[in-house]
Ligand binder design. Structure first.
Ligand code: GLP
Length: 241
């Protein structure tokens, strides 16, 4: 793992955006694995800015998002599809048909998961995977468990994740209890992984990811075994390292 220490959220956002830009400039038809949450918003803003300045474009890019709440349709403002459209896709030249998010509106778990796996596989897996990290070390919505997951799965969200994500909902009761998430093995198939983390509340998770035992109790710890993984984190997130 390569650690890049940054000053703060803005610095992290610019550096992550730089890495994504370089990927897309070097390989215009890159397959990007994208993430939601507050962590990547600044990087998306930066990429939009550089797109408007003509520094980078996304016309040939395709994307696969990590996860989606089960039970929400893409036009629900709380869905991750809506987040991706409004925070990024609507503002650049990407072809929406080439953007993919697990289908939260599909109640058939088996079908929703296997069809997403097939899409990612048929795309040749991801060139660059962007990840945030949950306070309990989750990646995507792969929560601490007894084994690392493989392909896309439906998960029951932990209380800590529901509580952390409730800040984005008007009523905490509205936070869905389940989600579809790309599996850990699929994430590990990405040719490059960039993990972004800022703030003290991520310090324990970042420590366990980088220096802890490799264990499914901290799903992000498996990234220690990836040969091309970069962690971009600020002083607060690295305060226990
Ligand atoms: C959510 C998402 C993750 C994200 C994590 C951290 O549960 N499923 O993909 O990395 O939370 O979110 P944030 O960046 O808002 O801290």
């Amino acid at each position: 793992m390569k650690l890049i220490r940054v000053k703060d959220y803005d610095d992290m956002s610019r550096k992550v955006a730089n890495i994504i830009s370089a990927q897309v400039i070097l390989k215009p038809n890159s397959v990007l694995g994208l993430a939601t949450g507050t962590t990547p918003i600044g990087a998306y803003k930066q990429l939009i800015d550089w797109y408007h300045k003509g520094d980078v474009d996304f016309a040939e890019v395709s994307t696969y998002n990590l996860d989606e709440y089960r039970g929400l349709t893409g036009d629900d403002p709380q869905s991750y599809r809506y987040f991706m459209n409004t925070q990024f896709f609507d503002h650049v030249d990407i072809d929406k048909a080439n953007t993919h998010v697990p289908d939260g509106s599909n109640p058939d778990i088996e079908e929703a998961c296997s069809s997403y796996d097939k899409m990612v596989k048929d795309a040749g897996y991801v060139d660059l995977q962007l990840l945030g990290i949950g306070r309990n070390g989750h990646i995507g919505f792969n929560e601490p468990a007894d084994a690392f997951s493989k392909g896309t799965q439906c998960v029951d969200l932990t209380e800590s994740t529901i509580e952390a994500n409730s800040r984005l909902f008007d009523d905490p009761e509205d936070v869905p209890r389940q989600a579809y998430t790309m599996g850990v093995q699929t994430i590990m198939n990405a040719r490059m992984i960039v993990v972004a983390a800022t703030g003290e509340d991520k310090a324990q998770a970042v420590h366990d990811m980088v220096f802890g035992a490799v264990t499914p109790q901290c799903p992000a710890s498996i990234l220690q075994l990836h040969t091309n993984c970069v962690v971009v984190a600020d002083d607060a997130a690295l305060s226990l390292c």
